[in-house]
Design a protein around this ligand. Structure first.
Ligand code: FES
Ligand code: FES
Length: 170
C-alpha cells in the first residue's frame, strides 16, 4: 500500500506517494529525479548519499522517506553551484570521478555548521585551541579529516578534499 505525504526539497513543497519501505535516498532519486545524492553502499557506511535534513547532515539511505513528513531537505542540487564549499572543490580539484562529491559537499556544509556552533570532534583539544565557537576558520587538517571520516572517496581524492574544505571554512 502506497503512502502519500509532503516534504520540502530544496525550498519546494513536493507531494510524494511511495511504498512505506522507500528510503529518503530512493525518494529523492527515483521519485523526484534528484540524482545528485548517490547510492554507494546503501548501508550507511560510505556517505555518498549525504543530504541536509532540517539543517543537519544525514545518510539518506538509512532514513525512511515517510518518517520525514514536512521535513526540509537540501540536496547538492539545492546548494546552487556557487556555494563556498563547491567553489573550494573546484579550486582545489577535490574530485576525480565525482561519485562521492555530492555527499562530500553536503557533508562539508553540515560539518562547517557544526564547527561554527562549537561542536567538538574526537580530535578536538580539550583546551579548545583547535576550535573556536562561531568560527570554523580555525579547523585544522586533522579536525577536517576526523569530521569528514564518514565520507569515503574510492578514487582517493582525500588529499585535495581537505584543502577544498579548509578554504570554504575561511
Ligand atoms: S549509500 Fe548511504 S552511506 Fe553509503
Ligand atoms: S572522486 Fe571518485 S569516489 Fe570520490
Amino acid at each position: 500500500m502506497a503512502v502519500a505525504f509532503t516534504i520540502e526539497v530544496n525550498g519546494e513543497r513536493r507531494d510524494l506517494v511511495v511504498d512505506p519501505r522507500t528510503t529518503l535516498l530512493d525518494a529523492l532519486r527515483e521519485h523526484l529525479g534528484l540524482t545528485g545524492a548517490k547510492k554507494g553502499c546503501d548501508h550507511g557506511q560510505c556517505g555518498a548519499c549525504t543530504v541536509l535534513l532540517d539543517g543537519r547532515r544525514v545518510n539518506s539511505c538509512l532514513i525512511l522517506a515517510i518518517t520525514q513528513r514536512d521535513a526540509q531537505v537540501v540536496t547538492v542540487e539545492g546548494l546552487g553551484g556557487d556555494h563556498p564549499v563547491q567553489r573550494g572543490f573546484l579550486a582545489h580539484d577535490g574530485f576525480q570521478c565525482g561519485y562521492c562529491t555530492p555527499g562530500q559537499i553536503c557533508s562539508a556544509v553540515g560539518m562547517l555548521g557544526e564547527a561554527r556552533k562549537g561542536w567538538p570532534s574526537a580530535v578536538t583539544e580539550d583546551d579548545g585551541s583547535t576550535l573556536t565557537e562561531g568560527d570554523g576558520s580555525t579547523l585544522t587538517d586533522d579536525e577536517i579529516k576526523e569530521r569528514m571520516s564518514g565520507n569515503l572517496c574510492r578514487c582517493g581524492a582525500y588529499a585535495n578534499i581537505v584543502p577544498a574544505i579548509a578554504e570554504a571554512a575561511r
